[in-house]
Design a protein around this ligand. Structure first.
Ligand SMILES: N[C@H](CCC[C@H](N)C(=O)O)C(=O)O
Length: 285
């Protein structure tokens, strides 16, 4: 079957975007998503993102997503910024004016603000902080997970956990460049204390308003950027008195501006989203 797609990236966190509005079922299965994401046998991406019709009258669209391992993710910060640009292209919305899109996701309704400077600002909702909401069994279900010790690879790490609809475990380190991500990442991702696995962020505080982060993503491995992870990183920084609520998060692929508004607890993430190419691929049945 021929499949039309568009390739986008947010700070190098790259996605295959598919217009799935006309179909009730997703056009791609989890196995086909793995094949499409393979960088040798497929198009190559960190995930597949679907633009779907919404079932929520308060929304304009719905987003669904597979990670490159075929697992379903509740939310994707870089991906939803790419979705804003994809929507504008499909709807022929001129980019010399601002546009607002309300998108239904498994993590709730996200409001996307496509700005005239080409960046996208997303209302990412509010972080969930209780162990049961992450989910993790690192501590009691009704407790927050703030600087809780966990032994991994012969070292004790202080973990702070945040859900942005998807699970994140954040640890602060002296030198983030020295972290052996490929060795440590899978041990955190698949740890038994995370029943739905976890994304893991290693963070070096440069200044309270400037954090340097590397990420091992659930279902995708080391990526160049993680939008939900950047939001979770600022939340963890504030909860552990290391960061300010308005901070820049520097990832290997570039920077995101995060604003955790303390009055409403709402988090805003602002950053770029870039179109790479459109294509048609042969989807294996
Ligand atoms: N791997 C993530 C989904 C993608 C999140 C990331 N790419 C982002 O930009 O938020 C998960 O399974 O929770």
């Amino acid at each position: 079957m021929k499949l039309a797609f568009s390739k986008y990236h947010g700070l190098g966190n790259d996605f295959i975007l598919i217009d799935n509005r006309a179909q009730r079922e997703l056009l791609v299965t989890a196995t086909q998503a793995q094949q499409l994401c393979d960088r040798h046998f497929g198009v190559g991406a960190n995930g597949v993102i679907f633009l779907c019709a919404t079932t929520d009258p308060a929304c304009d669209y719905q987003m669904a997503m597979y990670n490159s391992d075929g697992s379903v993710a509740e939310m994707c910060g870089n991906g939803i910024r790419c979705l804003a640009k994809f929507i504008a292209a499909l709807e022929s919305h001129a980019l010399d004016q601002a546009w607002i899109y309300r998108v239904q996701t498994l993590a709730g309704v996200m409001t996307l603000n496509l700005q005239t400077d080409g960046r996208v600002s997303v209302n990412m909702g509010t972080p969930k902080l209780l162990a049961s909401e992450i989910p993790t069994t690192l501590t009691e279900p009704d407790q927050k997970v703030i600087d809780i010790p966990l032994d991994v690879a012969g070292q004790t790490w202080q973990l702070t956990c945040v859900s942005m609809g998807n699970p994140h475990a954040i640890t602060f380190v002296e030198n983030v460049a020295a972290i052996p991500l490929a060795e440590l990442g899978p041990q955190f991702e698949h740890h038994s204390l995370f029943p739905q696995r976890t994304n893991t962020e290693f963070v070096e505080v440069i200044r309270p308003d400037y954090l340097k982060m590397r990420v091992w993503e659930r279902g995708a491995g080391a990526t160049l950027a993680c939008g939900t992870g950047a939001c979770a990183t600022v939340v963890a920084g504030v909860l552990t008195q290391r960061a300010l609520p308005q901070a820049t998060v520097e990832l290997p692929g570039g920077c995101l501006d995060i604003d955790w508004q303390q009055t409403t607890q709402t988090i805003y993430m602002t950053g770029p989203a870039n179109h790479v190419f459109d294509g048609v691929t042969d989807l294996e049945d």
